[in-house]
Design a protein around this ligand. Structure first.
Ligand code: ADP
Length: 482
């Protein structure tokens, strides 16, 4: 790697099964640096048998882990949190190395990710049950909560640490054991996280981290009767396949899938706030986020002022090396990702959209931050996530038209709106078909609040007390008097 870690043993090229670091026997998976495009590490390609071993280990570890007090589990998670905080810069370095995002954003991701460890270390002791007024005299009725059991987590590359901690934190706090399969592009952050968990004293088998071909590991995990829950963050396409694969074993499911978020900017919006909201909602993480504002709808009255202010901000963004000072936008994760963003830009321009900032091609996997406006309603960014630093602005005239355009998608993860009038805010936020609404802000994610979608954007919530409920089954107890 072109940047060394202060603790060199955090760059791990092995997978964690049952407390052992495994090298794997098949052709390894290579990890490249998205900025230099050079391979700098490799991780094992584990087999179905390796996955079975992990499932057995997770199952053996479960009773003892679930049997501990919630306070004990919380304490271990808190220790893990402390180690993550101590190794913040090394984890951020791994994130920038394998994902490409600017180092400051990687540090921000470590803090955000660790917020889930902290929150669920505390939440462990708060998974309260209920006493129910009985339906007959002498009876005692209660709703208890029990951990689901062995869980599998499949996570994406855009937030290599945060997409993991928002699953591991609540699962372990609830008393579940978990097997994680990070994205093939970004397994190193997950492996370092696993190492810190081991150092914190998380018992073997309670958290394991597998690397290898998604289909091999995915099949073994979804087909297993022992695995009682799958939690997935990734594309809707893969999510649908995994949902189907889990049906025969009736697993509990959480799915955090594609977004295609709209941002509605109404005439009475505060201009500076609208530009700021568009900048964060669009360009954070180089636009590679499932809550990125993919479709920016601007009402006629504020259109010109908004576009000129937004264009000058976009022109001020620098794309480059995530380790270089002053880089706002890192490279895209891979060449396929880059090709897609270029296609969105080029097809929109061919269809008559105007380019107001950027527009030129850059080196390697970099994409020049670009603003295009006046896209036709059916342009590609209206239909699918761009997942890159290309802002697409559409126009609208009436409130009803804006809301209809915003909802004209099969997806429903995040939506944003900028307005001042309380009635406009109320009507729009209630009418938007999404799991989350950012109002005059483009930054809504926090461990304290429920994150998740409706429609094709998924099932379940992560973060807040809702996030831990996903790892608990309700058990009803009805006791009669003897
Ligand atoms: P993204 O667009 O974020 O790459 P994917 O849905 O392709 O989204 O990938 C998200 C995660 O799902 C990654 O860890 C990837 O390896 C995994 N994955 C992809 N295809 C499959 C599959 N068929 N079975 C199991 N996991 C898969």
């Amino acid at each position: 790697p072109r940047k060394t870690l202060t603790q060199s043993d955090l760059l791990i090229e092995k997978a964690l099964i049952d407390g052992d670091w495994i090298a794997g026997s098949q052709q390894p998976i290579t990890i490249d640096d998205p900025f230099t495009e050079e391979v700098f590490a490799e991780v094992p390609s584990l087999s179905e048998e390796d996955t079975q071993r992990a499932i057995t280990a997770a199952s053996s570890a479960f009773p003892e882990w679930a049997g501990r007090t919630a306070q004990e589990r919380g304490k271990l998670l808190r220790r893990w949190f402390d180690l993550i905080a101590e190794n913040r810069d090394d984890l951020a370095t791994l994130i920038t190395l394998e994902n490409g995002k600017p180092f400051a954003e990687a540090q921000g991701e470590v803090d955000y990710a660790n917020g889930f460890m902290e929150f669920y270390a505390e939440e462990a002791t708060r998974t309260l049950g209920e006493i129910i007024p009985a339906n007959q005299p002498g009876r005692r009725m209660q709703a208890d909560r029990q951990p689901v059991g062995v869980c599998a987590a499949i996570t994406p590359w855009n937030f290599p640490l945060a997409m993991l901690t928002r699953k591991v934190g609540p699962a372990l706090a609830a008393g579940c054991t978990m097997i994680a399969k990070p994205a093939s592009q970004t397994p190193l952050t997950a492996l370092a996280f696993a190492k810190l968990g081991q150092e914190a004293g998380i018992p073997k088998g309670v958290f394991q981290c597998l690397t290898g071909k998604a289909s091999v590991l995915g099949n073994a995990l979804t087909q297993s009767q022992t695995v009682r829950k799958l939690t997935f963050t990734g594309s809707t396409e893969v999510g649908v396949k995994l949902y189907e694969a889990c049906a025969p074993t009736m697993k509990k499911i959480s799915m955090e899938l594609g977004g295609n978020a709209p941002l509605l900017i109404f005439d009475d919006a505060d201009l500076d706030n609208a530009v700021e909201t568009a900048m964060t909602a669009k360009f954070r993480n180089s636009g590679q986020s499932c809550v990125a504002a993919n479709r920016i709808y601007v009402q006629d009255g504020i259109r010109d002022a908004f576009l000129s202010a937004f264009a000058s901000k976009v022109k001020g963004l620098t794309a480059g090396d995530g380790f270089a000072e002053g880089t706002d936008i890192g490279p895209l994760i891979d060449r396929d990702g880059l090709a897609k963003v270029r296609e969105h830009r080029d097809t929109a321009l061919q269809a008559g959209a105007k380019c107001l900032a950027g527009g030129s091609d850059a080196d390697g996997r970099l994409f020049t931050p670009t603003l295009i406006a006046d896209l036709p309603k059916d342009a590609k960014p209206a239909q699918e996530e761009t997942f890159g630093p290309l802002a697409s602005v559409f126009g609208f005239t009436t409130f009803e038209e804006g809301l209809e355009l915003a909802n004209a998608t099969p997806f429903g993860l995040a939506a944003y709106l900028c307005a001042s009038d309380p009635q406009t805010i109320e009507r729009a936020s209630m009418g938007l078909e999404s799991g989350m609404v950012g109002i005059n802000t483009g930054l809504i994610s926090t461990p304290l609040a429920p994150f998740g979608g409706v429609k094709m954007s998924g099932l379940g919530r992560e973060g807040s007390h809702h996030g831990i409920a996903e790892y608990l089954n309700v058990k009803y107890l009805c006791q009669a008097q003897l």
